[in-house]
Design a protein around this ligand. Structure first.
Ligand SMILES: NC(=O)c1ccc[n+]([C@@H]2O[C@H](COP(=O)([O-])OP(=O)(O)OC[C@H]3O[C@@H](n4cnc5c(N)ncnc54)[C@H](O)[C@@H]3O)[C@@H](O)[C@H]2O)c1
Length: 330
């Protein structure tokens, strides 16, 4: 089967693509390569903006997976207009051309952030979505647009993921467990901004396994699925990361607790994904920290701007501004 992964050179794609190749799939990645290329050499590479893809470009694929966009709140708030273009319009456009090209399935990278601020209740996929900030709104708009295209010939699966963490060859240190891990090792201190806030945490191994379950699900399956390894308060995540670093590396780490307000608070039920996709997570926070320790020698250049999406976006914008100025002068 031939699969196109849009945004497949990012954090998730750089773990997912090798797994798909290992399972015998023919995988192409279309990407702008903002964070470089860490993909295996067998991957088909298409360096392009999603908006430049045509129906003809998509005709040879059985499935298309959307992993692109501006992937966090700081990026979305830094550039709300680009956030809405890349997170809402891009998945909608790609699903539209994929359907026209007779692609059989479209898998969309949604986010549990669509739930916004909830009252500490366990949310399943039927509960109201109510985010009021650019990233959450745009992820929801993308999801609604692609789900609208679903029919008997075009399966659409949307995976509402918790915050992903763990090691990827395209590393990110701006994700909850990864950030705490870096601060624990580097500063011997983990800061928790609000210990009572709930977050579904998702190990990158479980996350990429969820995509495999979606890609390999029966043709008849479509729908929205919450995906998480477990629900934790941020205070508990801090404790677990501190404990795992102390136990596994013998480093002692101080925990600093603040009580700042947050606009996100949610915990989710993954029962639907368990029952329909056979998604069964098996990597808790301790496993995530173990996975980070196992690969620690590969990302100790802690300040590398590629590890922080917002830093890379600012650099890219400064560069394009510089190139525009050069063109104007010439
Ligand atoms: N990482 C998480 O914790 C998390 C959680 C929930 C949902 N998600 C969603 O999952 C997806 C993947 O997340 P990630 O952490 O791998 O992101 P990432 O930022 O690491 O990767 C995104 C990739 O998309 C590419 N890209 C962006 N816009 C593009 C365009 N218009 N055309 C071609 N390529 C483009 C970038 O070059 C980059 O390689 C995103 O849609 C994100 O919103 C991520």
């Amino acid at each position: 089967m031939k699969i196109l992964i849009a945004g497949g050179a990012g954090y998730l794609g750089s773990v997912l693509v090798p797994k798909l190749l290992e399972r015998g799939y023919d995988v192409d990645v279309v990407d702008l390569f903002w964070f470089g290329n860490h993909l295996p050499p067998e991957t088909g590479i298409i360096q392009k903006d999603i908006f430049d893809l045509t129906v003809d470009d998509l005709q040879s694929y059985q499935q298309v997976v959307f992993l692109a966009g501006l992937s966090n709140d700081p990026m979305a708030e830094y550039s709300p207009s680009q956030n809405f273009i890349f997170n809402a319009a891009a998945p909608a456009y790609l699903a539209y051309v994929a359907k026209k090209a007779a692609v059989k399935r479209y898998v969309y990278a949604s986010s549990c952030s669509v739930y916004g601020y909830t009252d500490n209740e366990l949310f399943d996929e039927t509960r109201p979505v109510a985010s009021s900030y650019p990233y959450g709104i745009s992820k929801l708009q993308g999801e609604q647009a692609v789900m609208n295209l679903m029919d008997d010939e075009f399966s659409v699966i949307s995976l509402r993921k918790g915050t992903v963490s763990g090691y990827s060859p395209r590393m990110r240190l701006d994700l909850i467990v990864n950030t705490m891990f870096k601060n624990g090792i580097r500063n011997r201190e983990i800061t928790v901004n609000n210990p009572s806030i709930w977050r579904p945490i998702l190990s990158i191994e479980d996350a990429t396994n969820a995509y495999i379950r979606a890609i390999e699900a029966s043709d008849k399956i479509s729908g929205i699925f919450n995906i998480a390894s477990g629900n934790y308060t941020v205070g508990e995540v801090g404790d677990l990361v501190k404990m795992a670093i102390e136990e596994q590396l013998g480093i002692s780490v101080r925990l600093t607790i603040h009580h700042k307000t947050d606009f996100r608070n949610y915990k989710v039920s993954i029962e639907k994904a368990e029952n329909t996709l056979s998604f069964h997570p098996n990597h808790n926070v301790k496993c995530i920290v173990k996975n980070l320790i196992d690969h620690m020698d590969k990302f100790q250049d802690w300040d590398n701007p590629h590890y922080y999406n917002i830093e890379t976006l600012k650099l890219l914008q400064a560069k394009s501004q510089y190139l525009r100025t050069l063109q104007e002068v010439a």
